[in-house]
Ligand binder design. Structure first.
Ligand code: ADP
Length: 402
């Protein structure tokens, strides 16, 4: 069974075609610049790379091109689109309407659009992509939607409410939703397997640290709190996002700069974080290089992130009443030795202690970096959101057959 996983943005459509017998990626790529030109990058399992300009006025043309590169020319990996048994879509915002992955129906797509005001940059694009996919593939090909928010739907009220007048929750659905749920679910479940434990037996803090970052408290296999909020802006500072800051700073800047609404949101999402503090880059690798060359602000940005993650680990340990394991994942979580070292420094009080040699040794595979005898197990678990989406898709499609 082959599953096509789609991660659509407003101007891009990332994809992976996965063979579910082996769980290996057959081909992956990205259709970019939708609506403003068009460019496709397509990579096959055996190392073929196709890069070419294309014409993508809408997501529908991008899908047509995707069909073409998968089934013909130099990047061909399948004879016919009929070989694609199902499609799994990543959806950013499921709000309180979706607490698990579901099969796509017309009503599901309508609901994804209905809640789009909560995530305007993402959900409209997801709905467009699902409809485009229905047009290009046969309507008989089942499609499944997997929500970034779903894993966090188990958070208790005390964790998801904001202390603003209650009617904003009732009327406008303003609350903490949390994101990266597919990743937090994958790494926490994977870790339970690696530790030979049931998820129900474990209290885990999962740190997904990349361009966007979030930290989650997973108690007994369920998310009980998470650092991202109503949108992915809250929590720890990120590449270009501020993370959680005193809300009055927002009011101050709004007045000083004469900006509000979209412009203010753009400021907090695009001009802050690593970029805002360092003034030079949003990328962790570039930031570390600058810091090593003596750039004080670049060093500060990195130090701030690590301090904030450390505080979340402490807070979530208190919230869960204990801690069995910490997991690092995401581009930075998996690749930055310095980040893991500094986050875990002076955490013996919590039972966390890592072995510096093991911390350095990581080679892209799941890796236990705990020091001998440490009470809390600390691991690096590379995330795999696409595989999780594909697995959910298979499970739902199989249920359908029964
Ligand atoms: P996103 O949140 O967009 O999925 P990623 O999880 O890919 O982002 O993380 C991107 C970040 O990871 C960047 O800041 C990048 O510098 C950092 N990073 C560090 N080392 C690597 C590496 N070897 N490969 C990829 N990203 C890395």
């Amino acid at each position: 069974m082959k599953v096509l996983v789609i991660n659509a943005g407003s101007s891009s459509l990332k994809y992976q075609l996965i063979d579910m017998e082996t769980e290996k990626v057959i081909a992956k790529g990205n259709c970019e610049k939708i609506g403003i030109g068009g460019f496709i990058t397509h990579k096959t399992f055996d190392g073929r790379v196709i890069e070419m300009a294309a014409d993508f006025p809408t997501h529908a043309e991008a899908f047509m091109k995707l069909k073409e590169v998968l089934t013909s020319g130099e990047g061909k990996v399948i004879e016919d689109m009929n070989e694609v048994s199902a499609v799994g879509h990543r959806i950013v915002q499921g709000a309180d309407r979706f607490t698990e992955s579901v099969l796509v129906t017309d009503q599901v797509v309508d609901t994804i659009e209905e809640i789009a005001p909560l995530a305007p940059l993402h959900n409209y694009a997801h709905a467009l992509a699902i409809r485009a996919c229905q047009k290009v593939l046969s309507k008989d090909v089942p499609q499944v939607v997997v929500f970034d928010t779903a894993f966090h739907s188990t958070m208790p009220e005390k964790a998801f409410m904001f202390a603003i007048p209650y009617e904003y929750y009732e009327n406008d659905h303003i609350r903490r939703y949390g994101f990266h749920g597919t990743s937090h679910r994958y790494v926490s479940q994977r870790l339970a397997k690696l530790l030979n434990k049931k998820p129900e037996e474990l209290k885990i803090v999962t740190c997904h640290i990349g361009n966007g970052s979030s930290v989650t408290a997973v108690d007994g296999g369920r998310s009980v709190d998470t650092s991202m909020g109503f949108t992915p802006l809250d929590g720890v500072l990120m590449g270009t996002r501020s993370g959680g800051i005193d809300p009055s700073v927002v009011a101050f800047i709004s007045e000083k700069e004469g900006i509000a609404g979209k412009e203010l949101s753009e400021f907090l999402n695009k001009k802050c974080g690593y970029l805002g503090i360092s003034g030079i880059t949003s990328d962790d690798r570039d930031l570390r290089k600058a810091a090593n060359e003596g750039n004080r602000r670049a060093k500060l940005a990195g130090t701030m992130l690590r301090y904030q993650i450390k505080k979340f680990i402490g807070a979530y340990t208190a919230a869960m009443g204990g801690l069995d394991a910490v997991v690092f994942t995401g581009g930075i979580g998996e690749n930055s030795v310095d980040l893991r070292r500094e986050v875990c420094e002076n955490m013996e009080f919590f039972g966390i202690k890592i072995d510096e040699n093991k911390n350095i040794e990581f080679n892209g595979k799941e890796h236990d970096i705990s020091a001998e005898g440490a009470k809390v197990r600390t691991w690096i678990v590379p995330t795999n959101e696409e595989l999780t989406i594909a697995r959910d898709t298979v499970e739902i499609v199989n249920r359908l057959k029964k």
